[in-house]
Design a protein around this ligand. Structure first.
Ligand SMILES: Cc1ncc(COP(=O)(O)O)c(C=O)c1O
Length: 378
């Protein structure tokens, strides 16, 4: 998993002590409106403003994490049997939501700038029932690390408008990238359902995220927050609101950003040289942005699928995630995602990366023999 650098999480104890001194705490134990208390919707507006977009708090719902917001949006916009467009490799949590709600995923071709506009256009012009919703992670896409340029975002927004498509923008990694292009929502505010979760850049255990949506969808979305969770826990939203107010949230983002950059440099140093040294390394490609929680490795020729490489890496004592776990539709390419943020320390990360490089150096034939023999070479 891409555990979000938990060693850099904020210190909970002082925040709880400050909360404990307050005289209005009892309110946090009562039911709140399904969309959240106004104060917590305003905290969401402040959080989204840090992403570079001003949104009226009335258009923001408090959800119990991005995963919950995704469930609420898909349940609101699609019916069982409908198609959801996504990147060809997508976040497994969205695969789970689609399965839960009986929707079909249709993957769109990707390049280093994310979804290829012609692929989106073709999917919207295809025969059969016209797709109505696109789910995308425009920044540090999970798993391929692609970040859409501003030009690409404008092109996708324009196509969405032309084909009357709703966009679900998952901005979970937006704040990790310096000089990141504006949110996709900037270019198509009238049709974008923006999910802004602090799980990766502040703390995953908070279980709070904000969903900013077009005004005419708020009533239906609110109904589906009620249907799925009644409301997000007010105590968690209050804690995060205090972290936005006192600067803890942004200070944590800064720390995690710096650590993600240091780990990306370490991964480059560990893997790039070893890849070049491989006989067939010419065919391998490491996608590694300057600050990221994960890297994407396109395997050298000979490796026919990510599963085989993941098994080989496991023999070497390290877990990577094969493309098969992310595939939206069709065949998985031969690739794996390498989490850089899960190891507790940089030293543990370096040891893991060396094992990945060792598995690459083994090559598919030796790796298959090791796997057959059940050998653990640690
Ligand atoms: C792209 C993406 N979206 C959403 C999530 C889930 O976020 P949350 O913990 O806020 O539910 C993840 C977690 O890995 C993710 O990678």
């Amino acid at each position: 998993m891409t555990w979000p650098l938990d060693a850099e999480n904020p210190d909970l104890a002082p925040a709880l002590r400050r909360l404990a001194r307050r005289t209005d705490l009892a309110e946090l134990l009562t039911y709140a409106p399904n969309a959240g208390r106004l104060r917590h919707r305003e905290a969401g507006a402040a959080w989204i403003a840090h992403h570079g977009l001003d949104v009226d708090p009335e258009r923001i719902l408090v959800c119990a994490g991005a995963q919950h917001a995704m469930t609420v949006v898909v349940a609101t916009l699609l019916r069982p049997g409908d198609t959801l467009l996504t990147e060809s490799l997508t976040y497994p949590g969205m695969r789970a939501v689609a399965e839960l709600l009986g929707c079909r995923l249709q993957g769109l071709e990707l390049d280093e700038e994310g979804i290829v506009p012609d692929a989106l256009d073709a999917a919207c012009r295809g025969r059969g029932k016209r797709p109505r919703v696109l789910y995308t992670v425009p920044t540090l896409q999970n798993p391929t690390t692609a970040t859409q340029t501003e030009g690409r975002r404008r092109a996708l927004a324009e196509l969405a408008r032309r084909h009357d498509l709703s966009i679900v923008e998952d901005a979970i990694h937006h704040l990790l990238v310096r000089d990141v292009p504006p949110l996709l929502a900037t270019f198509a505010p009238e049709r974008t359902f923006l999910i802004a979760s602090p799980s990766k850049v502040v703390a995953g255990g908070l279980r709070v995220a904000w969903l900013a949506a077009p005004a005419d969808a708020i009533r239906r979305l609110t109904h589906n927050v009620w249907a799925t969770n009644w409301m997000a826990a007010p105590l968690n939203a209050e804690l995060f609101a205090t972290w936005i107010e006192d600067g803890t949230a942004l200070a944590t983002v800064e720390r995690k950003q710096a650590e993600a950059a240091a780990r990306a440099r370490l991964a480059g140093a560990c893997l790039r040289g070893r890849l070049e040294g491989l006989e067939d390394g010419g065919g391998a490609r490491l996608l590694l942005p300057p600050a990221t929680y994960h890297a994407w490795l396109e395997l050298p020729p000979g490796w026919t699928d990510g599963l085989a490489f993941a098994a080989a890496a496991e023999c070497r004592g390290v877990v990577v995630t094969p493309a098969e776990s992310f595939v939206a539709s069709g065949r998985a390419p031969a690739g794996v995602r390498i989490s850089l943020s899960a190891p507790r320390t940089r030293d543990a990360l370096r040891r893991g990366l060396e094992r990945v490089a060792d598995a690459l150096a083994d090559g598919p034939r030796v790796a298959a023999e090791n796997a057959r023999a059940g050998t653990a070479i640690v």
